[in-house]
Design a binder for this molecule. Sequence first.
Ligand SMILES: [Zn+2]
Length: 314
Amino acid sequence: MKSGQVTTEMAARYFRLFVNRLAYTVQSHRPDDKGKHYYYRPRDGRQLSHEAVREHLNGQITIGLYALNPKTQRSKWVVIDADYDNALDDLLKLQWELQRDGVEAALEKSRRGAHLWIFCDKPLLARDCRIYIYNLARRLKVPVKGGAGLAEGIEVFPRQDALAPDEFGNAIRGPLGIHRGSGRRYWFYGADYKIEAQLSYLERLKKITETEMLRFIAGLEMPEEFRPRPKVELTPYDPNRREFRILDFVRVGRRRSGNYWTRCPSCAQQGKDESGDNLAISVADPRKYKCWAGCTRDMIRGALGRPISVRRAG
Ligand SMILES: [Zn+2]
């Protein structure tokens, strides 16, 4: 699409559909040394404007949108992101099941899979949306990433039930822009591949109301495996205590900013993290480690053949 065809009016419509808060991210024009076009928050704290949205639709910049507004803990939409083998089958299954609840969900292609978008009539509590989708996924036996130690599965945005005032949560690539990495625009399947037709299609979709949502989730709660774990205060680190020690399992190379950096075993199992620096292990207390690609501790321990014991289930 040529630039100039996207009007301010279209940008305003996009804003109404997608924008939950004025903080946003921008995808880098140049890839980093790993070839990734990462997203960053504009440094000057700039807020999302209609003009920025117009540039996004024109393909001049590519924005990422936050799901959750911490002032209300609500979102205008829920997105189910899937990029594994058979991801499309699972998304179509979810779309069908949502249809049976009277919810029209829009399928958008993505670089490796697709995103299923569900819109709310008025912003709904992230917590309620998440309870609904996680239970739906469980009923349909659709795998959820991180649940039961699964490395592959759907991811649900908003990723959190609630945010502190200074938190942002996770952003997702704003639809209808051009991915800087592939140079491509990913459309919604349900309409002509033109911005105007796509916006009209999304506006026409039947949106979930709060009354409906409360009916959908009546009597349901978040499945146990997805509830946030209470933060456990660790006792002082004692290298002589017998316990799982990740440093016995991985070979650490670089040391930077108080951490060892190495290939994440769970990423490695999926053939990812070839540059070998997704896993950070605290030098001071190696019980603290984190995969920057988002693998959970369950996944990492599973990949090492030392799953976390399931005592807590009792
Ligand atoms: Zn990982």
